[in-house]
Design a protein around this ligand. Structure first.
Ligand code: DX5
Ligand code: ZN
Length: 215
């Protein structure tokens, strides 16, 4: 499976969002990671479907909408309509046996997300019906936090589980990925690498993305 780099626009300059997305696309990004926060499930508020609708026009890259919100079932339709390609929802916020098929029905790839304190066992009943899994390696809410490296074991376990079953379901990592942690990330087997501050916090986006390319 080709490794994909997904810059998180949470650390971009929101006043110049279109330009920032164009710049990371030119610099070699594969996916644009969009962090949606509601101030309830996580202690921060970011953006919603109207912004996704606008940025949809600025890039051909897949838009990976990570919904850190309560009651995601109320909003998945809005994000699909706005042009999200991938929509991921947290196992802590909903019944994945209902939400994952509902997201697929909207024509999007359906991701299942797990927070650091949540045991992997909570996610495993849905592991085969997700289009991808997103393993959080920080407690969600803010960019620029240090990676909780114990969470990398969840990625290794999932990769082993899928390999044993012959399933080709990618595992995404989100939180604290940077040139200092990328070797451990690589070892875990993660397929999709989200990075916010390690890309948008640098002057040279191409150099920043090249440093995270893990093949
Ligand atoms: C955190 C978000 C992340 C965030 C990662 O709640 O889900 O996507 O942007 O930021 P970094 O890469 O700076 O840890
Ligand atoms: Zn995220």
């Amino acid at each position: 499976m080709k490794k994909l780099i997904a810059p998180s626009i949470l650390s971009a300059d929101f006043a110049r969002l279109g330009e920032e997305i164009a710049a990371v696309e030119k610099a070699g990004a594969d996916v644009i990671h969009v962090d949606v926060m509601d101030g309830h499930f996580v202690p921060n508020i970011t953006i919603g479907a109207p912004v996704v609708k606008k940025i949809r026009k600025t890039t051909k890259l897949p838009l990976d909408c990570h919904l850190m919100i309560e009651n995601p079932e109320k909003y998945i339709g809005d994000f699909a309509k706005a042009g999200a390609d991938w929509i991921s929802v947290h196992v802590e916020t909903c019944d994945l046996s209902i939400l994952l098929p509902a997201i697929k029905k909207l024509g999007c790839k359906a991701g299942a997300v797990i927070n650091p304190p949540t045991p992997l066992e909570k996610l495993m009943p849905y592991a085969d019906i997700a289009d991808f899994i997103l393993v959080m390696t920080v407690n969600p809410g803010f960019g620029g936090q240090s990676m909780i490296e114990d969470c990398l074991e969840k990625i290794s376990s999932l990769k082993k589980y899928y390999a044993d079953k012959g399933l080709d379901i990618p595992v995404e990592i989100d939180g604290g990925v940077n040139p200092d942690t990328i070797d451990r990330v690589k070892k875990s087997g993660a397929d999709i690498i989200v990075a916010g501050s390690a890309v948008f916090g640098c002057d040279d986006y191409k150099d920043a993305i090249d440093k995270l390319k893990v093949d």
